[in-house]
Each structure stands twice: as C-alpha cells, then as structure tokens.
Design a protein around this ligand. Structure first.
Ligand SMILES: O=c1ccn([C@@H]2O[C@H](COP(=O)(O)OP(=O)(O)O[C@H]3O[C@H](CO)[C@@H](O)[C@H](O)[C@H]3O)[C@@H](O)[C@H]2O)c(=O)[nH]1
Ligand SMILES: [Mn+2]
Length: 837
C-alpha cells in the first residue's frame, strides 16, 4: 500500500486533499490501482473532537465488490445447508460408520467456515498520515519509544541479521533522544555483547550517513544489496564518495563481526595462559565475562549464568549536536548533520537450572522491567533479531493511531504491522509470504476489535502491557495507584515507582539516567530468575507464559480487557525479516503455531470464557484462531477415503456418488470464488492465494493433526509440548541463495503427508485401471473415474510438498510428473492384470 501521507507531502507540501484525489481516482503512478479501485473513504475528513485534523484515514471496501462478496457468502451458506439436508435424506452408503464420520466432518467444516467468514464481513483499512503527525507533533512533542529485540544464539540466528536489525533501529527517523534500543541475548554470549560495542562504533558513521543522504532502508546489508538507489538526500554531489567510503567501512565492520569468535577465543587463550588453570572467556578489559563461556563452567554456561545489563550507549543530549566538516581522518562532511545516536543497551537475564525461563516471553518481560528504569518510554516496539526496520518512518506510523483521540486512540493497546520477508524463493513454495493472512485476515480483524498480536513488528502502549485497563474503565494513573503493586509486579520499588510516569503518555523520555551503584544493583534484581516468583508476570502482566506461542495470547489478554488494536501498513513495508524456506523448518514453525493455538483454547485464555468486553465477532475470531487445527483431522481422514477402493470394487461413502461429488465440487468451488473476491480487496496475487490453499493442505495432512495429537496427549499426561527455535536461513555463505529449499531433513512429521500422496496416486491408478477394465459406461468404471477429480485435486494441493521431499530433484518438476505418470500406469496395469486373473 502506498504511503499516502508521504506522497501527499511530496506533491503538495502536506496538502492531504491531493492525496485523496489521487486515491479516489486511482490514477497516480505512485498509488497502486487496488487502492482507488476497491477502497473508499469511510468517513468525511472531519476534524477530531479536539479540533485537530485526523492522523489517519479510514477506508472501507467499495459497494460493487462488498455486496457481491457478502451475497456469495450467503449463497454458500444456503448451498451448504442444502448439501447437509440432502445427505441426511439420503442415508445410502456402503459403511454407516464412515458415513457418520464424514457427515460430522462436513458439519464441522461448514461451521468453522461460517465462523471464519462472519469475521470477514467488514474489512477496514487505515492509513497513517505522517504529514499530519508532523504538523501536529513536532519532534519535540513525540512521545518516547523503547525498542526491544530478542536473540538467542549468534550462530542459529546469524549475528549479521542481529547487527543489521540494531543498526536499522539506531538510524530510524525518530527524534534521537526520544527512543532507546534494547537487545536481549538469551544465550548470554560475549560475542553478542562485543558485536553491540562494534555496532555502537560503526553507528557513528552509519547513522549520520543515513541522515545526510536520506538512505533507505537503513539496515546496511539490505541497503548495499539493492541494485538501484534513487537519491533522496540534499547533497547529491557528495553522495558517491560518501557511499563508497561507508560501504568500505561496512565491509570492514562485517569482517570484525565475523572474526569476533576467533578474536575472543585468542584473547581468552592468552589470559588463560597467564592465569594457568583457568578456562574462562575474557572481556577486552581483562575481566571475566559474567555470561556463558566458550568452555562451559559453573555459573558460566547456557541456562546458568548471572544477569547482565550493559548500557553501551547512554542517552544522548536533548539538543542536536552537529558533526565535523570533512578532514583527513574523516573524509565525510557531517557538519550539517546531527550525529547523536540513540541509547543502546545489552541485556542478558539471569539463568538458573530448575527455572522455567519461558523463552521469548520471559526475555521480553525482563526487558520491560529493565527499560522502565533506564528510559521508561510510554510506547514499546518489539521485533525479532531476524527482522529489521525497512522504512525509516516506521516508528512514526503507529503513533498516528496511538495519538489520534478520535476513534479511541487512547483505547489502542497495540499497533500491528504485517510481516514481510526477504529471500523467499520467487514462487514462494511454502507460502512464507502468507499474504492471505497478513493482508486478508488482518484487514478483516481490523474492522472488528483489531488484529491479533503477531510477535514482531508491533508497537505497544506500555501501560497495556502492565495489565492496566483501557481509559474507558478509569484513568491509567488512578488504576495504577489502586493496584497491589508489590504482589503484582514484584518487590522493586524503583520499578513500581516508574509505573506512574509511564502512565503519563505524553511525557517525553526521561533525561539521561545516571547509572550509579544503586541503579546497577536494582537492574540486577530486576533480571533475576526469582524476581517474578509469586507475582502476576506472565499471566496478567507482561508477555504471557506457559504456552508455545506467546504472541496471540498476549494480544488476547488486552482485547479481553476491552483494549483495541490497529493494523497498519505502509509502503515501503515498515519491517522485514527472514522466513524458513526449508520444508521441515517451515512445518515445525506451523507446528509450534498450531500447537500454541490449541494450548490457548485449553488455557485460562479460552475465547468462549472471556468476559463481555470482547467484541462478539472478535470472540468468534479468537475461537477460530485457537481451534483451526481441529478441522484438519477430518481433512486428513477424507484424504484416506480412496483406500476403500483398494479393498473392494464397489465402495461409496455416499450414494448416489455422482450427486455427492457434484455437491462437493459446488461448495468447494464457491469457497474459491469467494476467495477470488477476497483477493481483490486484500490486494493479493493469484499466486499468493494458490500457495495459501496448497500450504494449508500440506499442514492439514500432517502438522495440524499432529498438533491435535500433542494437545490430546498434553491433556492426558499434563506434559507440555517442547517447541524448538525456528532455524534461520544460513545460506548467506553458500553459493545458492535458496539452497535451503532443496535440502530435505527427514523427520516423522513428513510421513503422514507422504502417505496421503501415495494413497491418492494409487487411487488415480486404480481408477484408470477400472476404466480400462470395465469401460466408462459401466458404473464400476465410471464412478471411480469421477472420483479422481477429488484425488487429483488433493495432488495439486500437495504439489509443493512433493517438490519439497524430492530435494535437489525438485529443481526439475518434469521428473515429478514423469514419476507420477509411471506410478499411475504401474498401479493401473497391476489392477488390470489382477482383474484378468
Ligand atoms: O528462549 C528464547 C527463544 C526465542 N527467543 C526469540 O524469539 C524470537 C522468535 O523465535 P523464532 O524461533 O525465530 O520464531 P519464529 O517462528 O520465526 O517467530 C514467529 O513466531 C513467534 C511465536 O511462535 C513469535 O514470537 C515471533 O515474533 C514470530 O516472528 C527470536 O527473536 C528469538 O531470538 C528468545 O528470545 N528466547
Ligand atoms: Mn523468526
């Protein structure tokens, strides 16, 4: 979606009316046709209650698309009901048990489809108006933001991504004294700490360079990888030489980052040799690193080390500080550029054996406390170390929603951006872009109480994370005053003392914190494992614990309290990241997501049990979000029905089989026509949509049933699911960018889908055999041939999976088709041979 505000600003100096004209006519190059064609302003551009112009614009789908869309949904409801009625009236079949199962499956199918469609009846799009924000809130008035990044391991989550993520944050276009950046390192490795020290040094060059030349995006790796870079800055004459210089410095910076492992090892060897008998990991200043060591030792290993909080860059002064003119040492002229860099803090919370550290959620909560003492911004942005800020304006856009008082901006707990990904294979084999969800589903939820929280690319209101209720139910400050803070938030008086400040949203970030001994010891206390014992952290406060996916459930808690959320898009996309393109990794990822959602259903956060502040359709949406894997049990069972034809010549789940098929084809086709209309308003391509259908089937034939099984086991045995970290693509070093796509990692999770493939290929072979043996005129020959419609459809859906398990051969789909023809022919010949006997 185009950034209307930015465009309007460029064209007419903040004349927002011009942006509108473009939008409605849909004729300016900079606007995609979709915008003007399918969306229309939902309300007049009236000034808000406070007499100020609105900070964002709201759009709804144009009638010519919305009405047929809704009508089709209604028609399908009628078709589905007719189908059930027909099935109940025709209890004719070859197996009563299977017939019942398939009717139950169809009912659940229709029911969950209907619930899902109900939440999609009224999608709403909101576009932040950055120009209006700039008009109303000059830099001085913008509120503070604490930016949180999480990482665990410098190898599994390549450190190059992490340093780029941090650099992109430090260089963001937001008042530099109004935000701070925190890195949480759950591995506690010195490599990460020293990488941050290097980042701080390189930022002195990178950040002013970005400001001087208006560089985009501000993650150097991605910036330098771009082919064409339109110049937007004010000093084009100096660009080429500055660019060359910074690029060279960046290459050297990367070499230093790469060699950190060996630098630290060599240094440690040297110190250890001096202190014979020691096996420590040493910091540059000749002291022991308090975190994990290369050679694990007591109190210095993963899962057992002290808490560390290191302020790498302290808060900058509140007045701009201009750089120096070019000189021999520094050939870049920064004399007209503000060279201040925002605050940067490294955190590794304490780890002790016997404690459940609660993964990412635990890390986020530790950061929330530490940042309260150091910067205490009223807003918090969070993203994973494999994501970076792709649009330097990204921190401003969510403010348009948070600070607009018209539509309960005050009631907005969080603003969610869609996730966008780099380095996904061009045909997006495993639907990594997931546009149907990120654009379709989230726009729909945006028309209700708001999108769910997705774990990354999100801005929160700090008090909402503290469990405070929306202002409609009382001012945050008075709520906080009334709380039993020691029991809820733990025993740190300084932390609790800062809560009231955070409630005062408009207040800018606190002046530089003097980090004296009392602050240091308080920070240590706040990162201790025991700090949360007996408090509400992980339940009513902060990110939620004891679940495989902390994100949806944390957002749910806020929606349940009556907060709303907003979905924000901007062009270029605000944040971008990496996605797993290896089949196995991708399947494990959706296993974690689907398992986590079922866990949510069976937790204190069950959508049906939430109190009345939840919007009714939002409740339905959460019900769907936490039960969607269940329907896959039926899909999975359906995909095995062809087995019946292996057992006997005549076997039909429903008779008359021809009519049954006709109904099935009809209701399935209707889903797809509705999907086509969704594609229009969500701005999806046909490929996005097909990949989504296909990957859903891949999940439904293996991962989702497995998640249901896990959940059932958990309910019986009480043992939770162990979910692993998504391994990031590490193909940077390999010559083939998409090498991960062609590596097969065999795991049991692949087996069920392979079985489905085999059975359906077999069924097609059988049908061909029967048609040859009996001729298409006989029912025994004709019906199975009709049935292959169903089998072929399953095979088409599972095509990406089939390519995936072929590994390197998957580069040549022709091989797959040849194999398919061979297998079908073999089964057919076998059938004919047996039949003739
Ligand atoms: O003990 C841990 C484990 C993970 N993480 C961090 O959590 C993030 C997400 O983990 P990852 O394995 O990359 O999961 P993804 O599947 O890529 O993440 C998606 O799904 C998660 C929920 O399952 C969300 O939290 C993420 O934001 C969302 O991007 C990463 O930054 C990790 O560094 C920690 O900080 N501590
Ligand atoms: Mn990730």
């Amino acid at each position: 979606m185009p950034s209307l505000a930015a465009d309007a600003g460029k064209l007419g100096g903040g004349d927002t009316g011009l942006g509108d004209a473009l939008l409605v006519n849909g004729n300016g190059d900079r606007l995609t046709g979709v915008e003007g064609k399918y969306w229309v302003r939902a309300e007049e551009a009236k000034a808000g209650e406070d007499g100020q112009p609105p900070l964002f614009r709201t759009y709804k789908i144009r009638g010519f698309l919305l009405h047929p869309y809704r009508l089709l949904i209604l028609l399908r409801v009628i078709a589905v009901v007719a189908f059930f009625a027909w099935r109940i009236r025709h209890k004719s079949h070859d197996d009563g048990w299977l017939w019942t199962l398939s009717v139950v499956g169809d009912v659940w199918f229709g029911f969950s489809w209907l619930l899902n469609q109900l939440t999609q009846l009224n999608p709403i799009k909101r576009v932040p108006d950055l120009a209006a924000l700039a008009d109303r809130h000059g830099s001085k008035e913008l509120p503070g933001i604490d930016v949180f990044v999480t990482t665990v391991d410098p190898v599994d989550e390549p450190i190059l991504y992490t340093v780029n993520s941090i650099l992109s944050i430090l260089a963001a276009d937001y008042p530099v004294d109004k935000y701070a950046c925190y890195l949480s390192d759950d591995g506690g490795t010195l490599v990460h700490y020293e990488a941050m020290v290097e980042v701080a040094k390189f930022a002195e060059l990178w950040v002013p360079f970005c400001r001087k030349h208006c560089v985009e995006p501000r993650a150097p790796e991605n910036y330098f990888a771009m082919k064409t870079q339109a110049y937007k800055g004010g000093v084009p004459g100096e660009f080429v030489s500055d660019h060359r210089r910074v690029r060279r410095e960046y290459e050297e910076f990367k070499v230093r980052i790469d060699s950190l492992f060996s630098t630290i090892r060599q240094r440690s060897d040297w110190y250890n040799a001096k202190h014979d008998g020691e096996n420590a990991t040493w910091m540059a200043d000749g002291t022991h690193w308090p975190g994990t060591w290369f050679e694990p030792a007591d109190n210095h290993r993963r899962g057992q080390h002290a808490g560390i909080v290191q302020v790498i860059l302290n808060h900058p002064s509140c007045e701009p500080r201009l750089g120096f003119p070019a000189s021999a040492d520094n050939p870049l002229d920064f004399s007209g550029v503000d060279v201040r860099i925002p605050m940067l803090v490294y955190i590794s919370r304490e780890k002790r054996p016997g404690y459940n550290h609660q993964k990412k959620a635990g890390a986020m909560n530790a950061m929330l406390r530490v940042s309260a003492l150091l910067s205490n911004a009223p807003f918090v942005i969070n993203f994973d170390c494999d994501h970076y800020t792709n649009n330097s304006q990204a921190f401003r856009a969510p403010m348009c929603f948070m600070l607009d008082r018209r539509h309960g901006g005050d009631d907005t707990a969080f603003v969610q951006f869609p996730q966008r990904f780099d380095d996904v294979d061009p045909t997006d084999r495993y639907s990594n872009h997931n546009r149907v969800f990120f654009d379709g589903t989230l726009l729909s939820l945006n028309g209700l109480q708001g999108p769910s929280y997705l774990g990354t690319g999100t801005m929160f209101r700090r008090v909402a994370l503290y469990g405070v209720e929306p202002p409609r139910w009382g001012a945050a400050a008075s709520q906080i005053k009334a709380m039993d803070k020691a029991n809820k938030f733990g025993t740190s008086t300084p932390f609790v003392g800062k809560m009231l400040d955070a409630a005062n949203q408009e207040r800018s970030i606190t002046p530089p914190v003097a980090i004296d001994e009392s602050v240091v010891s308080e920070l240590a206390a706040l990162t201790e494992c025991t700090y949360e014992d007996g408090t509400s952290w992980g339940r009513d406060v902060g990110w939620v614990y004891n679940i495989a996916t902390e994100d949806v459930i944390t957002g749910f808690r806020m929606h349940r309290q009556g907060w709303r959320s907003m979905f924000a898009t901007m062009e270029p996309g605000a944040f971008r990241g990496k996605a797993p393109i290896n089949l196995t990794e991708r399947l494990y990822q959706i296993l974690r997501w689907s398992g986590g959602s079922l866990e949510m259903f069976f937790s204190h956060s069950n959508a049906l049990l939430a109190r009345g502040r939840l919007h009714p359709l939002q409740r339905v949406a959460y019900f769907n979000m936490s039960t969607y894997p269940i329907v896959a049990l039926f899909i999975f069972a359906y995909s095995f029905f062809p087995v019946m034809w292996l057992m006997s010549d005549q076997f039909y789940i429903q008779r008359p089989f021809g009519t049954y098929l006709l109904y099935l084809v009809g209701v399935i086709a209707m889903i797809h026509v509705i999907g086509m209309l969704e594609m229009k308003w969500a701005g999806l391509t046909l490929l996005d949509w097909c990949r989504n259908e296909q990957f859903y089937m891949v999940g439904a034939t293996g991962v989702y049933p497995t998640a249901v099984l896990y959940m059932a086991l958990k309910l019986v045995t009480g043992k939770g699911i162990h979910f692993r970290l998504t391994s990031k693509q590490t193909t940077a070093s390999s010559s083939d960018k998409f090498a991960d796509l062609y590596t097969v990692r065999w795991v049991p999770l692949l087996v069920p889908t392979i079985l489905v493939l085999v059975v359906n290929v077999g069924a097609v072979g059988l049908a061909v055999g029967k048609a040859a043996a009996y001729g298409l005129l006989a029912e025994t020959g004709r019906l199975p041939a009709l049935g292959t419609l169903f089998n072929v459809w399953i095979l088409v859906l599972l095509y990406p999976f089939a390519l995936g398990i072929m590994g390197k051969w998957g580069k040549r789909p022709a091989i797959l088709f040849a194999l398919l023809v061979l297998a079908v022919a073999a089964v057919a010949v076998m059938y004919i041979a047996l039949h003739a006997m």
